[in-house]
Design a binder for this molecule. Structure first.
Ligand SMILES: O=C(O)c1cc(C(=O)O)c2c(n1)C(=O)C(=O)c1cc(C(=O)O)[nH]c1-2
Length: 257
């Protein structure tokens, strides 16, 4: 994939935009190579080969990503020109931060709270997660890089970077099955985050894909979409690289009971 400006070819065919199907095919091709479902840490997770300390280290470091998602979405929200777009995108912040119910009805605690409960189900104190202690430097840099990309990029690039969600729900379904089979020490309530997220992720991915198709006019736009998607794949991959190479002592999750 290239982000270099495309040179006009004889007849201009090289710069003609791909069809929407072709763009999606290229996204899938990039995902097959670079999405984190292929990362060795995820493969070991699915095979049941992770120790308790390794799984806790992943949960703790992923919390740093999770708590920054609504901030990322607030950055994107501020770039959206139009009431309808903002009305729709703001839902993502509610999904993660939660919201009160109408007229005193019970509300939704939100994804961040569900992730804290996931930590507790795996034996991690929420006070530790909320403290940010033990988050690996590379995870901080990757998440900062992602926020800055959304801050500095165009609305198209920022929205396109969320297209990794096209592939997250299937991965979560695999993860739920693997955890039930291989890690029964995690209380089932902990899986709730992923169970809820599967539907939310599908809806969010459909919405982002429709916007990307609507806003993409030229081949250069499409190449920016692919580059934004690849960058986000790299953010997720880097997070797992960091966790894979961390010593559990370093992250304060070493207790392997
Ligand atoms: O567990 C995963 O594999 C995974 C992947 C992704 C993704 O691919 O972007 C997200 C999530 N989880 C997730 O939980 C989540 O809330 C989320 C939000 C976004 C986004 O781009 O806005 N991606 C993801």
């Amino acid at each position: 994939m290239s982000t270099a400006p495309s040179r006009p070819a004889p007849g201009g065919s090289r710069t003609r935009p791909w069809t929407p199907d072709e763009l999606e095919r290229r996204l899938r091709e990039t995902a097959a190579e670079r999405y984190h479902h292929r990362h060795p840490f995820n493969l070991r997770m699915h095979e049941g080969l992770l120790s308790r300390a390794e799984l806790r280290c992943w949960i703790l470091n992923r919390f740093h990503y999770q708590r920054n998602i609504p901030i990322k979405d607030a950055i994107i929200l501020a770039k959206l020109d139009g009431r309808e777009l903002r009305r729709s995108w703001i839902r993502r912040i509610h999904d993660h931060d939660g919201r009160d119910g109408d007229g005193g009805a019970p509300g939704d605690a939100g994804g961040i709270e569900r992730w804290l409960r996931l930590g507790e189900a795996a034996g991690l104190d929420r006070v530790l997660l909320l403290s940010g202690e033990g988050v690996l430097p590379a995870v901080r840099f990757a998440v900062d890089g992602y926020l800055n990309f959304c801050r500095l990029g165009s609305p198209l690039e920022a929205v396109a970077s969320s297209l990794t969600e096209l592939f997250a729900p299937d991965l979560m379904v695999t993860r739920i099955g693997a955890w039930e089979r291989h890690y029964p020490w995690i209380e089932p309530e902990g899986l709730r985050y992923f169970q809820v997220r599967v539907q939310q992720g599908r809806r969010d991915a459909d919405e982002a894909l429709a916007l990307v198709h609507r806003w993409t006019e030229t081949r250069a736009d499409q190449e920016k979409v692919l580059a934004a998607f690849a960058l986000k794949c790299d953010v997720l991959w880097t997070l797992l690289d960091a966790v894979e190479h961390a010593s559990p002592e370093r992250t304060g999750t070493a207790d392997d009971r």
